[in-house]
Design a protein around this ligand. Structure first.
Ligand SMILES: Nc1ncnc2c1ncn2[C@@H]1O[C@H](COP(=O)(O)OP(=O)(O)OP(=O)(O)O)[C@@H](O)[C@H]1O
Ligand SMILES: [Mg+2]
Length: 364
């Protein structure tokens, strides 16, 4: 049974449509990440699930119980949902220990023990227990808020950018630790993040929002490789998008002939490849036996273990427009073996290209 069901949730604030008929199923015990540009409705959606906002129309069910619909409104404190808001929102008149232990049952000693465990879980030193919220950094406040929500052993956990104020190392460590903790406890989780890599690695299900609409939801890898449209493709990472003629499972484009992952498609279409699907090798007589095309490296952005190359393709006649095109592409290469700027390279592709949907339905 699905833990959380959102059905046609709609919400306007004045003339702003914050949520536009959003449907989403979150399986029990799973982790869903919601991504989308600023103002796309992510926080509104979490606040609605938590019970701090109510929809104009639509309904929410959790483990078969209706939390809200046209006739029902279960108040927030009866939902047994943990919510870590975007700003942490700690109680300012309580210490760290007071915030985490708020509402915990048991004796003073057992509470103290549990608070210490929770602080350890979120990588906070126990000596911080007596500090006040205004004496903490933004990242420490976020971790106290997370510990406070975990303390309640909720049946559903809602996290609104809980790691945004942490440095990269701590962020990755805490993300892994929290993911393990939540899945061991079987707590269904919905996480909002601005960090696409975080969403892709944290979640079983990824949902992309834009202008109040949920434009695509599915397995992270599926969304990364099969985004519904160009905007979604670019939102989830760098992408090479170019026009192609598609027929019989193959796309003919400036990069040569490439197999496509949706072979039913026919005719002119935009195709997408991720930069790591492109391979560049110095141009030699041997390299020209491989399907692909030639280009010149015009920029080399060294990023440590990965180097991002800008490759300008040799001008050629476009298979779609019939016009001569001058196209440049981003390609990822290992930081060590990347060809130098100015060199001529042969570009080939790995795996399938994805045919993008350019119907008006997805253009918003
Ligand atoms: N209480 C409110 N009154 C009026 N407008 C609101 C209110 N809450 C949200 N909005 C508007 O609804 C839209 C969605 O806001 P929301 O906070 O859900 O976006 P978000 O996706 O969380 O953005 P961010 O990534 O910046 O946190 C925005 O246009 C916002 O200005
Ligand atoms: Mg927000």
């Amino acid at each position: 049974m699905n833990a959380l069901e959102l059905n046609a949730l709609h919400k306007t604030f004045g003339n702003v449509t914050a949520l536009d008929h959003v449907n989403l199923s979150v399986p029990a015990g799973s982790r869903t990440a919601i991504v989308g540009p600023s103002g796309s409705g992510k926080t509104t959606l979490l606040r609605m699930i938590a019970g701090f906002e109510f929809p104009d129309t639509g309904s929410i069910q959790l483990s078969g119980q209706t939390l809200v619909d046209a006739t029902t409104q279960v108040p927030a404190h009866q939902r047994l949902i943990g919510y870590v808001p975007q700003d942490g929102a700690l109680f300012p008149h309580m210490t760290v220990a007071g915030n985490i232990g708020f509402g915990l049952p048991g004796t003073a000693a057992s509470k103290q023990q549990r608070i210490a465990e929770l602080m350890e879980m979120v990588a906070l030193e126990t000596r911080m227990a007596n500090r006040w919220p205004h004496e903490l950094s933004g990242g420490q406040q976020q971790r106290v808020a997370l510990a406070r929500a975990l303390a309640q052993r909720p049946r559903l956990m809602l996290l609104d950018e809980p790691f945004s104020a942490l440095d990269t190392g701590l962020r990755a460590t805490l993300r892994k630790r929290v993911a393990t903790l939540l899945s061991e406890a079987g707590i269904t989780t919905v996480l909002v993040t601005h960090d696409q890599a975080e969403a892709l690695s944290f979640a079983d299900q990824l949902a992309v929002m834009r202008q109040g609409r949920l434009v695509q939801a599915g397995q992270p890898m599926d969304l990364y490789l099969r985004p519904v449209d160009t905007q979604t493709a670019l939102f989830l990472g760098d992408a090479v998008v170019m026009p192609a003629q598609v027929d019989g499972g193959w796309a003919t484009c400036d990069l040569g002939r490439i197999p496509v992952n949706n072979p039913d498609h026919r005719g002119a279409a935009d195709i997408m490849l991720r930069p790591e699907q492109l391979q560049v090798v110095p141009d030699t007589r041997d390299s020209r036996h491989v399907n692909g095309c030639l280009g010149v490296i015009t920029d080399r952005d060294f990023g440590g273990n990965v180097c991002t190359l800008t490759v300008e393709l040799h001008p050629q006649v476009c298979a779609v427009s019939g016009q001569t095109t001058h196209r440049s592409l981003l390609v990822r290469s290992s930081g060590l073996g990347a060809p130098p700027t100015g060199s001529t390279v042969h570009i080939s592709t790995l795996g399938d290209a994805h045919v993008l949907d350019t119907s008006s339905e997805h253009r918003r």
